[in-house]
Design a protein around this ligand. Structure first.
Ligand code: M6R
Length: 628
């Protein structure tokens, strides 16, 4: 939800502020209700804090109008409001009563009210409505107690003591003018990674915070605290026991990958990276014989062979990727695949055994609902395989194994290239299972792999040939008040995803349905001019399915709908019922979601652009949902 960055370096200069503002720029996709920074140096008696409601640009303008002092250390925050409305006063950082400590926070402190009442009874006064200010005042109090006990300031110890008192989810970073040469942090159910530099170190919600300065990073585990100075990184548990086995990794993408690079929006750039996302996710996953090799997935072949059920847990777009996987994996592997919204999963007592493989799909690797679902699955004795796009994130770290998608950083809140990469990863898992379980002949698997390898070019073909038609359709439909999306078989999750994109960024009431469901209710919504988007499967080998969807188009057309149809090139049956056609190049039906979603991503983006909305930062949303 919120984005967090921390920096400490060797010398007093403008760099701490620069790192914070650059980091916040790259993290702004995590929340954009307000932004703020806190700076410390040797001469200060109080932390220098500046914060502003609204976009990061408001804060930057404010700092340009009135500059901040030079600093050694700094923390910065970009907020997605959970607790207290978006305003200057609720923006982070928050300070201790004496102004010597400042903190930033991501998450929700569930016992904040109880702590606040106790502090108020001791005379503490609060100016904001946030749980974070409670933590700031409490940390100030504990830091003072530590000084009284030991005769010297110890912010790291004070933070650990406070972390032990908090319930809920939090990542907290803190600075103290009495120890301006350190930045400390603690995490519980909320992300924090360390960036390792030369004569400087960094903290961030994710590696985007510091990738412009260092590629070396370190994961922090659950319930760990960290203290960075210019040369050292110390990690402990909340009781002060040192942790020595933190996992280090090299960030595998460049800072430029998280820049727009000439595109008008990240979403536009990322849709155009769909082909590369699929290609990169397939890369290196086959041996010279053409068999799938998933060595990085540290699950024994024997364990894979024994799997008799898959449950996919995910949210939003990632869950629709899981729904595509159901059709493919059940067909190839002949085992049941259930797909469950992660937030529903653990509340319904799911049937899990050691032979159930739970697949947790998440672009960010930080979605709290998905994290909670996978923890529940592991507690019940099932193995969890994560499909994730973000190195150093919590979901892969807490899973038994991970298959990374290589879509590169996805910045736009609306997920696009991650979706096609996730689908690709599920195909790899399905085909791998078919290979180890022997449910398909090797040559059949090789044929599908060949078709899969051809998909990036087909996606490119859609981008090259359909973008204009999509834009024209968007112009015609930009003022529509609602849309219906219909699909059958693998077209159904694509319909759901197309509908979600339009809701998210064009703020239009849109529903996705299984086309067969139309006559059971939704057709009542169809009136003259109602736009209905229909995904038509190929007629080749899927004739019955194809004909049934054509009938659905006929039915809505007969009631005056404006029909936008996705169909295979040269399909003669769609012309007479379609007002607009987005053509797909011929490809196997099970792989078709990879191409069919592309015009729908473009369509949502074009409509939102024509309406003048912020494509990358839609209202009320954040990229990574780290609260339940
Ligand atoms: O990071 P995750 O893949 O776990 O996120 C899951 C959903 O929150 C995410 O897909 C959301 O629905 C997107 N905004 C969709 O565009």
């Amino acid at each position: 939800m919120c984005g967090i960055v921390g920096y400490i370096g060797e010398s007093t200069c403008g760099k701490p502020l620069e790192v914070c503002l650059q980091g916040l720029q790259r993290l702004e996709y995590r929340g954009y209700d307000s932004a703020g920074v806190a700076l410390v140096n040797n001469q200060m008696t109080q932390v220098a804090v500046r914060k502003k409601a609204g976009r990061l640009s408001n804060l930057i303008d404010d700092i340009q109008r009135e500059s901040l002092p030079e600093a050694i250390g700094a923390i910065g925050h970009t907020r997605w409001a959970t607790n207290g409305a978006p305003s200057d006063v609720n923006a982070h950082p928050h300070t201790s009563s004496d102004g010597q400590i400042a903190i930033i926070h991501n998450g929700i402190i569930e016992n904040a009210n109880t702590l606040k009442i106790a502090l108020q009874s001791e005379g503490y006064v609060f100016s904001s409505g946030t749980d974070t200010e409670v933590a700031a005042k409490l940390l100030g109090k504990i830091a003072q107690l530590v000084i009284e006990e030991t005769g010297k300031p110890d912010l790291f110890e004070a933070l650990r003591r406070m972390a032990r008192m908090l319930t809920g989810a939090f990542t907290i970073l803190a600075v103290d003018v009495r120890q301006p040469n350190i930045v400390v942090g603690a995490r519980h159910d909320s992300p924090l990674v360390v960036g390792l530099g030369q004569g400087e170190n960094f903290l961030g919600s994710d590696v985007a915070a510091f990738v412009a300065y260092t590629k070396e990073a370190m994961e922090l585990g659950q319930d760990e605290a960290v203290c960075i100075d210019a040369h050292n990184v110390t990690v402990t548990d909340f009781y002060g026991n040192e942790v020595h086995d933190s996992h280090r990794f090299i960030i595998d993408w460049d800072a430029t990958a998280a820049e727009k690079g000439g595109w008008d929006s990240f979403m536009n750039k990322e849709i155009h990276e769909d082909p590369a996302a699929v290609r990169e996710t397939l890369l290196g996953r086959f041996n010279t014989k053409g068999d799938i090799v998933l060595d990085e997935v540290h699950i024994d072949e024997e364990d894979f062979r024994s799997i008799d059920k898959i449950i996919v847990v995910a949210c939003g777009t990632a869950s629709y990727a899981g729904l595509v996987a159901k059709y493919a994996i059940e067909h190839w592997v002949r085992i049941p695949v259930e797909i469950e919204l992660a937030h529903e999963f653990r509340y319904r007592d799911p049937i899990l055994t050691s032979r159930t493989l739970v697949v947790a799909i998440s672009q960010s690797g930080e979605t709290m609902d998905t994290l909670m679902a996978l923890r529940h699955a592991r507690e019940q004795g099932s193995k969890v395989l994560a499909i994730c796009n973000t190195q150093g994130s919590t979901i892969p770290r807490e899973s038994d194994a991970v298959l990374y998608t290589h879509a590169g950083p996805e910045i736009a809140v609306a997920s696009t290239k991650a979706f096609v990469a996730q689908i690709t990863a599920t195909y790899l898992i399905g085909l791998y299972l078919a290979q180890v379980k022997g449910t398909m002949f090797r040559d059949e698997i090789h044929q599908i792999i060949e078709q899969l390898n051809a998909m990036p070019d087909k996606i490119q073909h859609v981008l090259d040939t359909q973008s204009e038609v999509v834009l024209e359709a968007a112009k015609a439909m930009k003022d529509a008040h609602s849309f219906l999306f219909l699909g059958r078989h693998v077209g159904y999750p694509v319909a759901l995803e197309g509908a979600l994109k339009l809701k998210e960024i064009a703020y239009t009431f849109t529903e996705g349905f299984a086309a067969g469901e139309l006559k059971h209710g939704p057709i009542a919504l169809v009136d003259a001019g109602e736009p209905v988007v229909i995904i038509v499967p190929s007629a080749r080998g899927r004739n019955t399915l194809h004909n049934k969807v054509i009938s659905a188009i006929e039915e809505v057309k007969a009631r005056g709908a404006y029909t936008i149809v996705i169909a295979e090139e040269n399909d003669p049956d769609v012309n007479k019922y379609a007002d607009v056609i987005f053509w797909r190049p011929s490809c196997p039906t099970l792989l078709s979601p990879l191409v069919d979603v592309v015009p729908l991503q473009l369509f949502a983006m074009d409509i939102a652009t024509l309406k003048g909305f912020d494509i990358d930062k839609p209202r009320n949303l954040a990229k990574s949902v780290t609260v339940e």
